[in-house]
Ligand binder design. Structure first.
Ligand SMILES: [Fe+2]
Length: 233
């Protein structure tokens, strides 16, 4: 099995597991537990078609994988027995999972579901990228969005980390930029349990050790620690 396909299968399993753990910690209702688990299971359904057809995980060079995953899930009858209102909720959360920000029109349980799948997705990816960059996953350029490995990073993306603002994946120029984008996620982990999960598992400690060391990047461990543990930044 190709490395990117195998890793997406493992990622899906991990997102399901993390979703269960976060749902437990956040004491969500049984109905939301079910909804969130379905979102986790299908959120990246289109990644397999994306890799097979385009040999990339870059949405800009293929298709929007959140929108496509929702479309495949609905057309495949995976959740055919659910009422339309539930199908809509799950599909909407899946469409929202990979957008720069959560669409502002989402409210209530659909918003809760979108926040959960985004968080669990991010927490899993943080671990995958670390394992990839430390050689625990076989080399494959698809895994790093085909980005070059350089000693530099983009100042604008570093600034986005400091500001806690989102970054468009199309603006990434290097693998270090990708590591910095992962740092911007500290401002986009919606649930308290998600921030605790990242801190408890040392997800950022591991990633930060891979960035080039300079006066800018030396600031990041403390900034991230405060964001994850709720301290002032
Ligand atoms: Fe995704």
């Amino acid at each position: 099995m190709a490395v990117p396909v195998e890793q997406k299968l493992l990622h899906t399993e991990e997102v399901c597991s993390i979703t269960e753990q976060l749902s437990e910690k956040e004491q969500v209702t049984e109905l939301n537990k079910f909804r969130f688990s379905v979102c986790a299971l299908f959120h990246d359904l289109s990644r397999f078609e994306q890799y097979t057809r385009f040999r990339t995980f870059r949405d800009a060079d293929s298709f929007d994988h959140g929108d496509k995953s929702a479309e495949l899930m609905l057309s495949g009858d995976f959740i055919a027995e659910l009422p339309d209102s539930e199908k809509d909720l799950i599909a909407t959360a899946i469409r929202a999972h990979n957008k720069m920000t959560i669409p502002s029109n989402l409210t209530g349980d659909v918003l809760a579901a979108a926040k959960m799948v985004r968080d669990a997705d991010k927490l899993s990816i943080l671990g995958i990228i670390y394992r990839y960059l430390t050689g625990q996953i076989p080399h494959d350029p698809t895994m790093k969005l085909d980005l070059p490995e350089t000693d530099t990073y983009s100042p604008s993306i570093y600034q986005a980390v400091i500001d806690g603002s989102p970054v468009n994946y199309a603006d990434l120029r290097s693998m270090n930029d990708f590591l910095l984008i992962l740092c911007t996620w500290t401002a986009d982990l919606n649930y308290r349990a998600s921030r605790h999960y990242a801190a408890e598992h040392g997800l950022y400690d591991r990633l930060l050790s891979l960035l080039p060391e300079d006066d800018n990047t030396k600031r990041l461990p403390e900034l991230i620690r405060k964001r994850l543990t709720g301290g002032a930044v």
